[in-house]
Design a protein around this ligand. Sequence first.
Ligand code: SF4
Length: 142
Amino acid sequence: MLDAGECLSTATIEQRGPIPVHLREAASHHLFGCDVCQEVCPFNGKERPPSRLSERNVAHARWGEVSLVDLARLGMAGGGSFAELVEGSPLHRATEEGLARNAALGLAHVEGSEAALAEITSQHPSPVVRDAAEWALARRRR
Ligand code: SF4
């Protein structure tokens, strides 16, 4: 049995608004989707050899300079352009707010991210992103 409401792909891509608190720890390790079930499925292994998978998973060059902080600041004054970042990729599905929310959660695992998280907590226009940043900041201080 699979409960789609507990799936991290659903949480990080399809979920609008805040990610449920009980999923945040797991979701904070995934910026966009999960798909571990696809990687471990023996049927997929036969159909899609690893070499083909790695060719398909090469990141756009424009992502080379983008940090997790940059992503969490999407939607803030002076933040980057979501439209330019996601052009030609499925990332637009998460929405600007969702991607910033996911990145803010991920900052819980980044050494030295406290100042950025404090800024996002107080200045991001989205209450959803501010909430995610608050969670990440609290986790860093634990
Ligand atoms: S392994 Fe698959 S079903 Fe489980 S959280 Fe990840 S994407 Fe969802």
